[in-house]
Design a protein around this ligand. Structure first.
Ligand code: AMP
Ligand code: GLY
Length: 423
C-alpha cells in the first residue's frame, strides 16, 4: 500500500515503525515528519493542516490510505476533504472530532449515550466557577473547553489557583468545572469504522512532569503496557476491555452515528477506575502520545489492514486484534524548560549507542538535522521504547539506553513503570 501519515511526533513515528514491521512492504510517506521519521519514510513538505493541499497530494500520488496522527488536521477538516474525494482516511471528520476538541460536546454525547463520567458544570464567569468549585469541593478540577495540548487542565487543592486557572481561559470561552475522580488511570484505544469498534490493549500514561506525579501536567512523560494490575481489579485485561467496549465505546460510537456524525478513526478513552466503576475523564479523537509507542509494538496483526478496514467501513470482518505478552515501557526525553518554555536547538548525542541496547528502539518526537548534527526542535524530544519479558527487564533496558543519550538540560522521569516492577 501507499500510505501517507500526517504529523510530526513520536506517535507518528511509532505508527510508521509498526507499518514497517509488517510482512508486506509498504511505501510510506510522512508530512511533515521529523529527522527520525525521515529515516523510516519519505518525508514530504506538505501542510498537514491544509485540507486541499493534503487531498491534492494524496490524489496525485495515488495514496491508498491516509492516517491522521494529531488532532489539528482533524479539527481543520482534513479527513472530510479526503473522504469527499473518495480517498480512504483513518481519522474522524471535523464534526466527530469535537469529541476531543470540545469538552462540553463530549459531555453531551456521553450524557445522551448513558456513559459514566464525572459531573461537570459549564461556567462562564468567575462567580459561576467559584460556585461550582464549592459545590464539588476539593480537589478542584478546571478544564479549558478546547484544544490545549494537555495543558488546559488543572487539578489542585488550592481554590485560588483553580480560580486563577479559570480566569486565564474565561475571556475566550466557558470553562468546565468537574467533579474530581479518584483511582488509577487507563488509556484505552478503539479502532472505529463509524459503527463497529475494535479495542487495542490498554496502557498507562504519566502526565505529570516529575517523579512521584509531581509538577505540572504535560502531554505525557512515559507509558507502559499491558497493565498487570487489571488482574486484581477486573479479573484480567480481557474482562476490562470487554466491559469498556460494551459500556463506553460502543454507546458513544452509536450515538455519534445516530447524530449523523459517524466516528471513523481512533477513539481514545481516558478512564479512571473509581470505586463506583470505570468513568471517562476525556475522549481524544486520535492515538495517544506516548501510549501508542508502547501499544503498537505489542500488536500482532498487521496495522495497515486494521486501519484500512476502519477507513473503509469493514471492521466487522476482523476479530479483536491480538497482542504479544511482551512488556513495553517508554520514557520521554524532554527539553529543559518543558512544558512552559522548552529550550530548543540543542544537540542530541548517543542515539546509535542507545539503540544497540537489546529490545530498545527510539521514536523521535521533535528532532531535526542541522550542520551541528541531530538537534532537539521541541519540548518532548524523543521516546526511548523498550520491550522485554518482564517490566523489570524492559524498564532496565529503557534507562540503560537513556543513560547513553546526551542533551544539555534534558529531563526525564526515573519512575516510569516502577509501580509494576515485579519483586
Ligand atoms: P485531560 O486533559 O482531561 O485528560 O486531563 C489531564 C489529566 O488531568 C488527566 O489525565 C487526569 O490525570 C487529570 N484529570 C482530569 N480530569 C480529572 C478528574 N475529573 N478527576 C481527576 N483527575 C482528572
Ligand atoms: N498521552 C495523552 C494524550 O495523548 O493526550
Amino acid at each position: 500500500m501507499r500510505i501517507l501519515v500526517l504529523g510530526a511526533g513520536a506517535r507518528e513515528h511509532a505508527i510508521i515503525l509498526a507499518l514497517r514491521e509488517e510482512n508486506t512492504p509498504h511505501e510510506i510517506f510522512a508530512a511533515p515528519g521529523n529527522a527520525g521519521i525521515a529515516h523510516d519514510a519519505v518525508v514530504v513538505a506538505l501542510d498537514a493542516n491544509d485540507p486541499a493541499a493534503v487531498t491534492n497530494y494524496a490524489n496525485d500520488e495515488n495514496i491508498d490510505l491516509v492516517v491522521i496522527g494529531p488532532e489539528a488536521p482533524l479539527v481543520a477538516g482534513v479527513a472530510d476533504a479526503l473522504r469527499e474525494r473518495g480517498i480512504p482516511v483513518f481519522g474522524p471528520g471535523k464534526a466527530a472530532a469535537q469529541l476531543e476538541g470540545s469538552k462540553s460536546f463530549a459531555k453531551r454525547v456521553m450524557d445522551a449515550a448513558g456513559v459514566p463520567t464525572g459531573r461537570a458544570v459549564n461556567a462562564r464567569t468567575l462567580d459561576e466557577v467559584a460556585a461550582a468549585l464549592d459545590e464539588f469541593g476539593a480537589p478542584f478540577v478546571v478544564k479549558a473547553d478546547g484544544l490545549a495540548a494537555g495543558k488546559g487542565v488543572i487539578v489542585t487543592d488550592d481554590r485560588a489557583a483553580a480560580l486563577a486557572h479559570a480566569g486565564q481561559y474565561l475571556a475566550d470561552a466557558p470553562v468546565l468545572v468537574e467533579e474530581h475522580l479518584a483511582g488509577p488511570e487507563v488509556s484505552l484505544f478503539f479502532l472505529c469504522d463509524g459503527d463497529h469498534v475494535l479495542p487495542l490493549s490498554p496502557a498507562q500514561d504519566y502526565k505529570r512532569l516529575r517523579d512521584g506525579d509531581e509538577g505540572p501536567n504535560t502531554g505525557g512523560m512515559g507509558a507502559y503496557s499491558p497493565l498487570p494490575w487489571l488482574l486484581e481489579h477486573f479479573g484480567g485485561e480481557d474482562a476490562f476491555v470487554d466491559a469498556v467496549t460494551r459500556e463506553i465505546a460502543e454507546p458513544v460510537i452509536h450515538q455519534l452515528d445516530a447524530e449523523g456524525t459517524p466516528f471513523i478513526g481512533l477513539l481514545y478513552a481516558g478512564l479512571i477506575l473509581t470505586e463506583q466503576g470505570v468513568k471517562v475523564i476525556e475522549f481524544n479523537a486520535r492515538f495517544g502520545d506516548p501510549e501508542t509507542q508502547v501499544v503498537l509494538p505489542r500488536l500482532v496483526d498487521p496495522l495497515s489492514e486494521l486501519l484500512l478496514a476502519a477507513a473503509s467501513g469493514h471492521l466487522e470482518d476482523f476479530p479483536k486484534p491480538a497482542f504479544a505478552e511482551a512488556t513495553a515501557v517508554t520514557v520521554v526525553l524532554a527539553s529543559q524548560g518543558y512544558p512552559e518554555k522548552p529550550i530548543t536547538g540543542r544537540v542530541l548525542t548517543g542515539l546509535d549507542a542507545a539503540s544497540t541496547v537489546e529490545g530498545v528502539h527510539i521514536a523521535h518526537a521533535a528532532t531535526g538535522r542541522t550542520d551541528e548534527g541531530l538537534v532537539a526542535t521541541g519540548g518532548r524530544v524523543l521516546n526511548v521504547v523498550a520491550l522485554g519479558t518482564t517490566f523489570a527487564e524492559s524498564t532496565e533496558r529503557a534507562y540503560e539506553a537513556l543513560a547513553k543519550i546526551g542533551l544539555e538540560g534534558g529531563q526525564y522521569r526515573t519512575d516510569i513503570a516502577a509501580r509494576v516492577i515485579e519483586d
